[in-house]
Design a binder for this molecule. Structure first.
Ligand code: ADP
Length: 398
């Protein structure tokens, strides 16, 4: 079955057409600058052709979807002949609140329930809904599924998701830990169990999704029981530009000292912090930080050390939450590619009985065990594939 996977942002739209039998992507691409001017980058993977870029006005997401569908069926660059070959569409939706603990077929009621979660993710959910409406208009009658970033973490117990705030704020506003990157944590934990020869239903795993945004999760018997992101994706370890956990009172202190309002403060925490801010505004990209460190830039080297230390502390905390750990996975841009950062993290974890295979740890972007054969805890690099995970969920439901 051919499944179109859509990840719609406020001015962008990423897509992949996936053949669910082979689990191969037939085409992928990205519409950018929707509502500004418009650019479509389309890669016809199945034809082995290079990507093409089409600059064309995209006033709305509807126009963007029409262009994607035209590219997919194009004589030269298309990968299907007719639109009716697309049997289902899977949509990434960021926030499912407490309503969605799993993926769902999209109905009018589901759309209303997603709208009700808009308040919890005002930058993302409305854009996801625009993508759903645009696809419904362009592909009438094709079943569509919503796959939520938060759903996998809905199995967290109350002791893990409640904050030390007055109970009434949870009751009135649903302020609690939700967690994000759930599609990735779910996919990677299943792949990790397979790779490490574990019975998913009787396993203790920790998944480190380390990218531009980073989160760590504790997965017990296949279910998320804790995760480092919280009410929003700002929480947890420091990230590319996000601060992660800080003493909340720092906000008031900086706001007074620097005469900032709350919007200025939130921008500081979301865009100007993390390894970018800590490296003295050098870069949020770990490749740049590594080159700068090699040239003797102390702030860059320190930013990477702080990152590795914070990740290791979460792994330690989750080994406690799980009361043991069988296997650990590294995934996403940094986790899959940066052996140096993985090594720095694992240096803190020898007490768990982990021994690293230094040569295997050089791996980039492919599934590989990076611990030695006699390591007490198995450590793997597991590439994430959120689009494939969304396609699998979609096929399972339609
Ligand atoms: P996002 O959270 O945006 O999905 P990714 O998972 O794609 O992010 O991760 C992007 C980050 O991965 C980059 O900012 C960079 O720091 C890191 N990265 C990508 N490739 C490499 C590499 N070869 N070596 C080290 N870091 C890398």
């Amino acid at each position: 079955m051919k499944v179109l996977v859509i990840n719609c942002g406020s001015s962008s739209l990423k897509y992949q057409l996936i053949d669910s039998e082979t689990e191969e992507a037939l085409a992928s691409g990205l519409c950018e600058r929707i509502g500004i001017d418009g650019r479509l980058v389309h890669k016809p993977i199945a034809k082995g052709l290079d990507k093409i870029t089409i600059e064309a006005e995209m006033k709305t997401h509807e126009t963007a979807i029409q262009m994607v569908l035209a590219a997919l069926t194009d004589k030269e660059h298309g990968v299907i002949e007719h639109l009716d070959e697309i049997k289902a569409v899977g949509h990434r939706v960021v926030h499912g609140g407490e309503k969605f603990a799993s993926s769902v077929v999209i109905t009018d009621e589901v759309v209303k329930a997603i709208e009700a979660c808009n308040e919890l993710a005002p930058l993302h959910n409305p854009a996801n809904l625009i993508g759903i409406h645009a696809c419904q208009a362009a592909l009438p009658g094709v079943p569509m599924v919503a796959v939520f970033d938060t759903a996998f973490h809905q199995t967290m117990p109350k002791k893990a998701y409640m904050y030390g705030l007055p109970l009434s704020y949870y009751e009135k506003y649903k302020i609690r830990r939700y967690g994000f990157h759930g599609t990735s944590h779910s996919f990677v934990s299943k792949e990790l169990a397979k790779a490490a020869g574990l019975d998913l239903k009787q396993s203790k795993m920790i998944v480190c999704h380390l990218g531009n945004g980073s989160s760590i999760s504790a997965v017990l018997n296949g279910e998320s029981v804790d995760t480092s992101m919280g009410f929003t994706p700002l929480a947890g370890v420091l990230m590319g530009t996000r601060s992660g956990d800080i003493d909340p009172a720092i906000m008031e202190y900086i706001m007074k000292k620097e005469n900032k309002d709350i919007d200025g403060m939130m921008k500081l925490l979301n865009k100007d912090s993390g390894v970018y801010g800590l490296s003295g505004d050098l870069s949020s990209d770990f490749r740049d930080l590594d080159s700068a460190s090699k040239e003797g830039n102390e702030a860059a080297a320190n930013a990477v050390q702080v990152f590795a230390y914070q990740v290791a502390k979460y792994v330690g905390a989750y080994a406690a939450a799980l009361n043991g750990v069988d296997a650990i996975a590294f995934t996403a841009g940094v986790g899959e590619n940066d052996g140096k950062v993985r090594g720095l993290i694992l240096e803190h974890l020898t007490y768990l009985g982990i021994t690293v295979d230094a040569e295997a740890n050089q791996v980039r972007g492919e599934k590989k065990m990076i611990s030695t054969a006699d390591s007490k805890v198995k450590v793997y690099v597991i590439p994430t594939n959120e689009e494939l995970a969304i396609a699998r969920e979609t096929v399972a439901l339609v």
